[in-house]
Design a protein around this ligand. Sequence first.
Ligand code: DAH
Length: 340
Amino acid sequence: MSLIQEIELLQAEASGEILSARSLADLDLVRGKFLGKKGQLTAILQSLKVLPPEEKRTVGQKANEFRAELEGQLLKIREEIEDRELQSKLSSHSIDALQPRQLETGRLHPISRVQYEVEDIFTSMGFSIMDGPEVETDENNFGALNFSDDHPARDMQDTVWTEDGNLLRTHTSSIQVRAMRILKPPFRIIAPGRCFRYEETDASHDNTFYQAEGMLVDRDVSVAHLIHVMKTFLSAFFEKEVRVRLRPGYFPFVEPGFELDINCLTCAGKGCPVCKHSGWLELLPCGLVHPNVLKKSGIDTKIFSGFAFGMGLSRLVMMRYGIEDIRHFMSGNLRFLNQF
Ligand code: DAH
């Protein structure tokens, strides 16, 4: 049998199969059988290479005509099937135009919700809300915060840099710097925002997360003021008396720097799996603003001093709702989000 005859046979076979196709899946099968990678027409087209020029031309032409015809038929029948499916759907679903439609109402993301709550509590204590950009300068994110040039946190591992030498802020502390430049002391600010780190993710680390920075600059500010404000905030937030303790912590922009812990809210400090039986939960780093930081931003340290803290907002939300994995927040997963 010549190749031309073979093509004619295939043509007849394909037409028959297309006409008896009842669904889109049937059509896909036909397409695969003739035009797929291992399809019969595909095989013929591939065999053209080895034919003498004259035969290549005639067989090639025939094969291409067949292909065009097949594509056309597939398309036409596809439209017919789709049309039929639509008609049958329309006739089986009647619409009552007078029924009220069930509209999905939107809601706040749990982080926004807690952010607004935190803002409310701090504004009730006289703090103003500050914002800053997510793309920052090296100076605002590190330099002005007393990070020496070789501080490990500047390492490329932790920071996402832009090609022009800026970065995605790694913490909201950059907003402290902006506040000191814009506001005249005394001032108190709370600055929630999204931060970014170049790191492996796990249940408690994500490359994108939220913090809320706080800063108060005034005359004669001491650790006692810091503790009082933190205790007042935490007791309002958790709606119960919260005890705190400070442990030394190092951050270049505070001196002294602390890790502030709260008594475990699950066991009231008696010891349980949540606090790993210590009775305490590590909550937020804080400290008295390093004089270098104040001076760099033009604040007279003979008159003014201050405290600052960096709250993990994502962490706070996890504690509030008992969320076990930080990666849920940015997942866009509605099954997670619809719970709030
Ligand atoms: N910016 C720090 C971080 O993300 C946290 C921090 C520590 C903020 C001490 C502060 C502070 O304001 O005083 O790791």
